[in-house]
Write a protein that binds this ligand. Structure first.
Ligand code: V55
Ligand code: FE
Length: 481
């Protein structure tokens, strides 16, 4: 039986599993933490309880851990707890790993056949008074927003037919509606995709299904006030490969990228498909409709960035491949039926795009994202793709101007969260966890969003290392009442 975690990057150094549930009251705060910041910053983190059954797997399979930084008048309390999934309970009972490869149930120990494999490790979403821990291969897990105790699987009181729910939901800032989808909606490697809307009280009000041209890793989607956009990139799944013990995903550069766009006040049967050669993206910064045009802004890459997918696809990244990456705007003309659309360059390559919640689905001017800047230091391993980002950037979307910050120490940064300010005209704050590679600890850094280049205004000291989150979200104290 394996007793140590594998020696791949997924489990070593800053990525070594922590497996710590804890409570820290009144963290040490240096600098000036604005008293107006009141609310909870939730983060979801893959953190494997046991080494994987087969002795190797990806970071993305780690058991879901949920944490909260609760900000109150310049004070910060911290809490971190495992999401008590069926999978974690089964493994704890057996006192060992029982699950094989990422999203391949054919590689599991026979004792867990048919069990819910979802680790709910990707995004904490607060909607309709509920906190949900999401991962795209299964249903939501409801979490108590104060104690972080697991309440149970949430499927809109049995109403949701989709077997999956994306970790990237889209909240309409005007109506409070939550738009989401699920791919592989009728089971493993199925082409069915659900499109769903929950109203501002968290009731499921619509669910429609459609099929995509091929089974694709549809990690995120985008919504405008008038349209819904479903990008389909050729990171593909195949049931026979899984049955033979292979990976869920490979990237297929010979397949085209498809983008389905439907009117929000219409139906999936109104979907219009655009097409271009293979490329890849995981996260969309924002999208909006301007007359007959639909704009979609995001970081584009040549192929999926995860090493386990690249290996299975026999991809060996070249410098030219890396140079392909950049932030782009795709503009679709809905009045011209056909498959073509325009692409414009906006900014240097990066990911983890975030914007102020109020700007979602609207014409907007500011986005935040992260980059790896080689002049800021050599690549350092942290998180699921290997080298972590080292630079936080603020992008003026209209001009392409960017302001950036990086540490002068060996530091990688985890996804930033935007915290709105109540002061009129104030752009709000950004907070992120910084991985301190020299001490193997973590700091929380808080920035004035408008002035990221000036560096953090406050540093919250953590007495332990925080493993890399996938995503996080801010919930204002009033909303939590
Ligand atoms: C991603 C993360 C996942 C996953 C698939 O960020 C894609 C991309 C944390 O889990 O399962
Ligand atoms: Fe994501």
């Amino acid at each position: 039986m394996t007793t140590n975690f594998p020696d791949s990057f997924d489990y070593q150094g800053m990525n070594a599993p922590m497996r710590v549930e804890c409570d820290i009251y009144d963290l040490i705060v240096e600098g000036n933490l604005p008293k107006e910041i009141n609310g909870s910053w939730y983060r979801t983190i893959p953190d494997p309880q046991y080494p994987p059954l087969l002795g190797h797997d990806t970071y993305l399979s780690g058991d879901g851990m949920i944490s909260s930084f609760k900000f109150e008048n310049g004070h910060v309390d911290f809490k971190m707890k495992y999401v008590m999934t069926d999978r974690l309970k089964a493994e704890r009972k057996a006192r060992r790993g029982l699950f094989g490869l990422y999203r391949n149930p054919y590689t599991d120990d026979p004792s867990v056949r048919g069990l819910n494999r979802c680790v709910n490790n990707t995004t904490p979403v607060f909607h309709g008074g509920r906190l949900l821990a999401l991962k795209e291969d299964g249903l939501a897990m409801e979490i108590h927003p104060e104690t972080l105790d697991t309440v149970g699987v949430f499927n809109y009181k049995g109403k949701l037919k989709s077997q999956t729910m994306t970790a990237h939901t889209r909240l309409d800032p005007d109506t409070g509606e939550l738009c989401f989808f699920g791919y592989e909606a009728s089971g493993l490697a199925t082409r069915d995709v659900s499109y769903c809307v929950a109203d501002d009280e968290g009731q499921l009000v619509s669910e429609e299904w459609f099929q995509v041209p091929y089974v694709s890793l549809m990690h995120d989607f985008a919504v405008t006030k008038e349209h819904v956009i479903f990008p389909v990139f050729p990171t593909t799944a195949d049931l026979d490969r899984m049955k033979a013990g292979g990976t869920h995903w490979v990237f297929e550069p010979d397949k085209d990228t498809f983008i389905g766009i439907m009117p929000r006040d219409g139906h999936v049967t109104d979907m219009h498909w655009f097409r271009r050669p293979a490329c890849s993206a995981f996260h969309f910064m924002n999208a909006y409709t301007e007359g007959k045009f639909v704009h979609l802004d995001f970081g584009i890459g040549k192929y999926a960035p995860f090493p386990f997918i690249q290996q299975a696809s026999h991809i060996h990244p070249t410098p030219e491949d890396m140079a392909f990456g950049r932030v782009v705007r795709w503009t679709f003309d809905m009045s011209k039926p056909g498959e073509k659309f325009e692409e414009y360059n906006l900014a240097p390559a990066g990911d983890f795009p975030r914007i102020a919640n109020k700007d979602h689905m609207h014409d907007y001017s500011i986005g935040y994202y992260q980059r790896f800047d080689p002049t800021a230091g050599p690549p350092l391993v942290a998180g699921p793709v290997g080298a972590g980002f080292n630079t936080l950037s603020r992008l003026e979307v209209k001009s392409g101007k960017i302001k950036s910050w990086h540490s002068n120490k060996p530091v990688t940064i985890q996804e930033e969260v935007h915290i709105p300010s109540k002061q009129p005209g104030h752009e709000g704050y950004l907070a992120l966890v910084a991985d301190l590679h020299d001490t193997q600890l973590s700091d929380v850094l808080v920035f004035e969003a408008e002035h990221v280049d000036k560096g953090p205004i406050a540093t919250i000291k953590m007495p332990l290392r925080l493993r890399n989150q996938v995503h996080g979200n801010w919930v204002d104290a009033e909303e939590l009442q």
